[in-house]
Design a protein. Structure first.
Length: 68
């Protein structure tokens, strides 16, 4: 299973961006490159799942540190 590496604010922003882009796909039916709005699936999925493959490759982590 993938390790969570996307923190709270990052997750919220990703979900908002993803939903906005997908909404743009449905609301802007006359756009010539309308399919680009579907790229909103990526930030939406990474925000909902809490893990980002690109962050893993780059070694980034925006999750708060767990105290023991």
């Amino acid at each position: 299973m993938l390790k969570n590496n996307v923190g709270g604010i990052d997750r919220i922003l990703r979900v908002i961006l993803g939903v906005a882009l997908i909404a743009g796909f449905f609301m802007n039916a006359d756009a010539s490159m309308r399919w680009l709005y579907l790229l909103g699936i990526i930030p939406l999925a990474t925000g909902l799942l809490g893990t980002c493959p690109l962050y893993t490759i780059l070694g980034l982590n925006t999750c708060p540190m767990k105290r023991s």
